[in-house]
Write a protein that binds this ligand. Structure first.
Ligand SMILES: O=C(O)CCC(=O)C(=O)O
Ligand SMILES: [Fe+2]
Length: 99
């Protein structure tokens, strides 16, 4: 579910994402055409097991808060088991004008 997005002063998006029981996200990157893509994910509800965010070199990784560069760091989510997983996700892109 897309919550809010705006092109100015920095382009960002925000989502509430529900991962149903049994879902998973294979390793991937989220490239942008220009600039540096950052993402802050807050795990609002973790399932009983699985649903782990996996990223080799996050900028910050706490149990519920993950800050990372989805355009350069491959990331994935392990299979969710025992209830849904809910994530609030804010992404933004810096340096679209060469900064
Ligand atoms: O739900 C997550 O923990 C990560 C999902 C993802 O691929 C992303 O936020 O780019
Ligand atoms: Fe991603």
């Amino acid at each position: 579910m897309l919550l809010l997005t705006a092109p100015w002063p920095i382009p960002f998006d925000s989502y509430l994402i529900r991962y149903p029981d049994g879902s998973e996200i294979p390793p991937h990157k989220d490239p942008v055409q220009l600039g540096r893509h950052y993402r802050l994910n807050v795990i609002l509800k973790a399932p009983k097991s699985g649903g782990e965010f996996v990223c080799k070199d996050p900028i910050y990784s706490g149990s519920r808060i993950k800050l990372f560069r989805p355009d350069v760091s491959e990331h994935s989510v392990t299979r969710v088991a025992g209830g849904s997983r809910y994530v609030f996700s804010i992404g933004w892109v810096l340096g679209r004008k060469g900064r």
